[in-house]
Design a protein around this ligand. Structure first.
Ligand SMILES: C[S@@+](CC[C@H](N)C(=O)[O-])C[C@H]1O[C@@H](n2cnc3c(N)ncnc32)[C@H](O)[C@@H]1O
Length: 242
């Protein structure tokens, strides 16, 4: 069992934090259409509970979703039985030949894989370039430095029916730490789950430059269609020339 997005946090992310995936989906589908990708395989890296995968399947694409969290993949398999899902690190799994690769919701920032660093990220970009068919696209977003004012700790909470999640955020030298305490009601009691997530924050200009060196044509955006990304986030459309 992976130590990230365990059962309760995976459930809470799915029911309480679905906006990012659901509201970005129309914009992402429009980008696929604009790039004349009307069918074929979309590989979704960090697919979570399958929210984006469900939208891609509805639009007639085939989907392979990959996530390091077994609990996320369990929800995804139930939600989208006609997509394929695999548990594994997006930095290590084999990416099959495909028409598009997506990674939605700052998945590439996470330091869940103990080997993940900037070099592994650049290797991933190379592997995606090789896997894409000519004219294929890689659509993703990242969190940049500036999530939290340096030297401060920001605390907050989000609650829903039968759950509450408390988060303390701190940013030091381009590493964002999120200390998360989740309570979920199970019968008449609340069960507590603790996780600490570390994210490496990348500057959009540097990521765009790495992608261009590999051969991608790159567009940097602050929204997916009408969905504006949160503060200090950037989205990318990286196209392998036809
Ligand atoms: C904020 S969630 C976004 C999930 C989903 N894309 C969405 O928009 O709902 C980030 C996801 O990235 C996954 N993730 C982080 N690092 C990963 C890695 N190295 N390999 C695979 N999945 C990873 C997490 O398990 C989590 O499901």
């Amino acid at each position: 069992m992976s130590e990230w997005y365990k059962e309760d946090l995976a459930f809470i992310h799915d029911v309480g934090f679905s906006d990012y995936a659901l509201q970005s989906a129309p914009g992402i589908l429009a980008i696929l259409e604009q790039n004349k990708i009307h069918k074929g395989l979309v590989v979704d890296l960090g697919c979570g509970s399958g929210l984006s995968a469900q939208e891609f399947i509805k639009a007639d694409y085939c989907v392979l979703g990959i996530d390091i969290s077994e609990s996320m993949i369990d929800i995804a398999r139930t939600r989208v039985p006609n997509a394929n899902f695999q548990v594994g690190s997006l930095f290590k799994v084999e990416i099959p030949p495909c028409h598009a690769v997506t990674s939605i919701g700052e998945c590439l920032n996470y330091l869940f894989d103990p080997d993940s660093d900037r070099q592994l990220l650049i290797q991933l970009f190379h592997r995606i370039y090789s896997a894409l068919t000519p004219g294929g696209i890689f659509i993703f977003d990242i969190a940049e430095p500036g999530q939290v004012e340096q030297g401060t700790k920001v605390k907050g909470f989000t609650e829903g029916d039968g759950w509450i999640v408390l988060v303390e955020k701190e940013e030091q030298r381009e590493i964002l730490t999120r200390r998360i305490i989740a309570f979920r009601k199970v019968e008449e009691h609340y069960r507590r789950d603790d996780e600490v997530h570390y994210l490496c924050l990348y500057k959009a200009t540097e990521i765009a430059s790495e992608l261009r060196q590999i051969g991608f044509q790159v567009q940097v955006m602050r929204s997916y269609g009408e969905y504006n990304l949160p503060k200090s986030h950037a989205a990318f459309v990286a196209r392998k020339p036809a």
